[in-house]
Design a protein around this ligand. Structure first.
Ligand SMILES: Nc1nc2c(ncn2[C@@H]2O[C@H](COP(=O)(O)OP(=O)(O)OP(=O)(O)O)[C@@H](O)[C@H]2O)c(=O)[nH]1
Length: 556
């Protein structure tokens, strides 16, 4: 059916009117819907702006051109989106693979593997990125929860996540930030994270303190005097610290660092003073050198003047016409010579005086230096003595033991005879600490040391080897006699009236005894005594076992 553009009366045909109205509506709808995608891509935005202008006009040809351009831009946007989703999927699979390399529970490992496989298989355009990130985030939390439960995984986990162990955040929110870098967890995820076990609690703090302390003791700058002490603390930390031990170790560390620092400071001050004094000496010596050079110049001067006077005199004698003239000329020359000599003498006296003054100052400085050096020598002697003593019991410490063991072995090798080595260990000492506290434990150790020293003669050497362990060197004693002595020691400790808050504390020792064999090292003899001690413990404690003998001696 054809429709004329207008009726004869000039009104447009109704079908055309409807078409024009629909066209107008369509254009308006397109303009409005174009606003819905604004802001996603600048090229698309640009095209849509042009499209809107064209839609508001009537130019059909222009509309076609803009739509063709929009088609191209949209194809480009789709391909960029696909590439980006592809990359993000790849990155997520990479992170999941890193998690898988950690030592995880089978169940968690399997879940992450499945997650990773599903990601690998999905068409990137179908990927719901925010759901995938949310799931990955949950796996990260589960891994972290496992790592806190098994602290040893820490290093591996943090390395796995590309984070150095030292950068482990100090609180849970920081951990969340660290793990969620680049990921915006939904409120659901955050709630899930809050439900995780309290993973950064006490165990974590102790772990961190232990590793920081350990690092501190790695410091090679610590003076040699303090290295033994540091090594012992380090061993203690290495074994793992109980809560109550943490405080003691930190206190010991503070003391050690303070002592070492003040030691180094005073030594540093002393050296600085020494350097300044040496500079003064050098300056004085240079002054004296200059004075000596002046002296030489003065003598040369005097010599020249004397020669000049003698020349004059000879000349006067030769030229003199009569005796009176000669007399006058000679008198003048001699006066002048005398004046020169006087001047020279005065100059020398002034220089001598100055030199004497400088020498006096130098002598005073030397005396000061000597007295300071003596003071420091005494200070160092005291410190050296102290480094050989155990501060708690006052007994020689392990360093002193090592030195004494060497000399005792040398003497024994030179003289022959017997040399015995014994190790004594307090029984169930942990119970003393646990039941009565560490301070009471310290007191017990001190009392045991005093009691042992009382029983020993001058030849016997006792040291605190460490913890609740004492070591004995018994020179010139047969095995039988050493055995008697040790049984006496054990009996005296058992009989000691240890009390805590009115309650009797039963304290006993176990001991292992070994006699040195020829060509054996101190360490080998120590090991045999240690094995004997182990047997004494194993067979019921409060007893002595002699290396190489089957019988076990109970304290009499
Ligand atoms: N108070 C105090 N305790 C210490 C000191 N040095 C080590 N200890 C403690 O000594 C205890 C030694 O315990 P263990 O090695 O288990 O030995 P034990 O409890 O004596 O048991 P047995 O030796 O098998 O009889 C630990 O609790 C240490 O903390 C110290 O200087 N003072």
């Amino acid at each position: 059916m054809s429709c004329p553009d207008s009726f004869e009366n000039g009104d447009p045909c109704p079908a055309l009117q409807r078409l024009q109205a629909e066209n107008q509506l369509l254009r308006q709808a397109m303009v409005r819907s174009s606003f819905a995608v604004v802001g996603h891509d600048s090229a698309v935005d640009h095209c849509l702006r042009e499209l809107r202008q064209v839609l508001r006009g009537e130019d059909g040809a222009q509309l076609e051109a803009v739509l063709a351009q929009l088609d191209i831009v949209l194809v480009d946007v789709a391909s960029r989106r696909s590439a980006s989703l592809h990359e993000q999927r790849h990155a997520l699979i990479g992170q999941a693979t890193k998690l898988q390399t950690l030592n995880l529970s089978q169940e968690l490992h399997r879940a992450i593997t499945q997650f990773s496989q599903a990601l690998d298989e999905i068409d990137p355009l179908q990927l719901d990125l925010s759901a995938a990130l949310s799931e990955f985030n949950q796996y990260q939390w589960q891994v972290l929860a496992q790592f806190v439960a098994h602290k040893s995984l820490a290093a591996g986990l943090l390395e796995g996540l590309g984070t150095p162990a030292s950068a482990l955040p100090a609180d849970k929110s920081a951990v969340s930030n660290e793990l969620d870098r680049g990921v915006s967890p939904s409120s659901e995820n955050t709630a899930a994270a809050d439900d995780q076990p309290s993973m950064l609690g006490y165990a974590y703090i102790v772990g961190r303190v232990e590793s920081v302390l350990y690092e501190l003791f790695e410091d090679d700058d610590l003076p040699a005097n303090y290295q033994l002490q540091a090594r012992r603390l380090k061993r203690k930390i290495n074994r793992g610290l109980h809560g109550y031990e943490l405080v003691t170790v930190v206190e010991s560390l503070a003391r050690l660092v303070r002592d070492a620092a003040s030691d180094q400071r005073s030594l540093g001050d002393y050296l600085q003073q020494l350097i300044e004094r040496l500079a003064e000496f050098q300056a004085s010596l240079m002054d004296m050198d200059a004075a000596q050079a002046d002296e030489v110049a003065l003598a040369r001067d005097l010599d020249q003047q004397l020669r000049a006077h003698v020349d004059h005199l000879q000349h006067s004698v030769r030229e003199a016409q009569d005796l009176e003239q000669l007399k006058t000329s000679l008198t003048e020359r001699l006066d002048s010579l005398l004046a020169s000599l006087t001047l020279q003498r005065e100059q020398r006296e002034r220089r001598d005086q100055a030199l004497l003054g400088r020498l006096k100052v130098l002598a005073e400085r030397v005396a000061e230096l000597e007295s300071e050096a003596q003071h420091y020598r005494a200070h160092i002697d005291t410190q050296q003595r102290q480094t050989l003593l155990d501060p708690l019991t006052g007994l020689p410490n392990r360093a002193a033991w090592n030195a004494r063991l060497r000399t005792a072995m040398e003497q024994w090798q030179a003289r022959g005879g017997d040399l015995l080595l014994a190790i004594l260990d307090v029984d169930h000492f942990k119970q003393v600490n646990d039941s009565y506290g560490h301070l009471a434990g310290d007191k017990v150790l001190k009392l045991i040391a005093d009691a042992l020293v009382r029983e020993l003669g001058e030849k016997e050497f006792i040291a605190r080897f460490g913890g609740e362990e004492f070591v004995l060197l018994l020179p010139d004693r047969s095995l039988a006699s050493g055995q008697d002595l040790l049984r006496r020691l054990l009996a005296s400790i058992e009989a000691c009236p240890f009390h805590f808050k009115g309650e009797r504390l039963p304290i006993t020792l176990s001991a292992g005894l070994a006699s040195f064999r020829s060509a054996e090292t101190g360490e080998e003899a120590f090991q045999r005594a240690d094995q004997a001690l182990y047997r004494a413990k194993h067979e019921g404690r409060n007893r002595l076992v002699v290396d190489g003998e089957m019988t076990v001696c109970l304290a009499p």
